[in-house]
Design a protein around this ligand. Sequence first.
Ligand SMILES: Nc1ncnc2c1ncn2[C@@H]1O[C@H](COP(=O)(O)OP(=O)(O)OP(=O)(O)O)[C@@H](O)[C@H]1O
Ligand SMILES: [Mg+2]
Length: 248
Amino acid sequence: MAGRKVKIEVRNLSKHFDDLIVLHQMDFDIYEGEFLCVVGPTGCGKTTFCNVVTGLLPITEGSITMGGEKIDFKKHNVSFVFQEPSCIPWRTIWDDVKIGLEIRKVPKKEINERVSAILDLTGLTEFKDFYPSQISAGMKQRVVIARSFVTEPDLLLMDEPFGQLDSSTRFYIENQLIKVWQKTKRTIIFVTHNLEEAVYLSERILVCTQKPTGIKEEVIVDLPHPRDITDREFVKIRNRVTDLVKWW
Ligand SMILES: Nc1ncnc2c1ncn2[C@@H]1O[C@H](COP(=O)(O)OP(=O)(O)OP(=O)(O)O)[C@@H](O)[C@H]1O
Ligand SMILES: [Mg+2]
């Protein structure tokens, strides 16, 4: 990752819930435009990490800064995609995707242009007038992705967003996500249990330890997209991550 500009600095980050030490003195950087995956055993604090980055939970110790400043939600646009797709039942896809732009009072003409472009990129244009009840779970997750990217977030946190999807839908959406990421150059932190998914998507994988959680190792995935899960290099990296995870 030499030569890349650092966007987010996590320094000596700890998060305790009373006596329970979850995150313990974590130190790492996230680069501008990076696609970073975080893997770790269940309950190690991946969701907790997302929650402290978004400010939903206070930090116990240490700091997270973006562009040298403490993350401030009035200034920085941090977007969060959860495991469960959440669409607004009474809004069409078009109206759902534009909501973040309306809140930010973006001019109507620009809203139309941006929504139109992101629906195109996520393959949703022909479904723009559909309601959530009329579309599949995979499509709903695409709506959520479109809605998160349309505001051009400084940081996009994704917490196991595709865990519920069957594998062929997952591959399709993963490819779509890569396309959107390559086009928009957003910075993404993607949490997953699925090691193959981590190698398929990311430029770098942080492998976390058991609680008190630190970073066991980082694995660089220097492979071009679209990736081939049967490719020798791919399999080598996946095996490497699997080995690290065996000793969780
Ligand atoms: N609000 C809370 N109050 C007290 N303990 C909490 C709270 N939120 C999480 N925890 C504890 O912190 C630890 C980390 O939980 P977290 O949900 O962040 O793990 P995770 O890595 O996301 O797990 P999973 O892989 O199952 O999603 C767990 O032991 C959990 O019980
Ligand atoms: Mg979690």
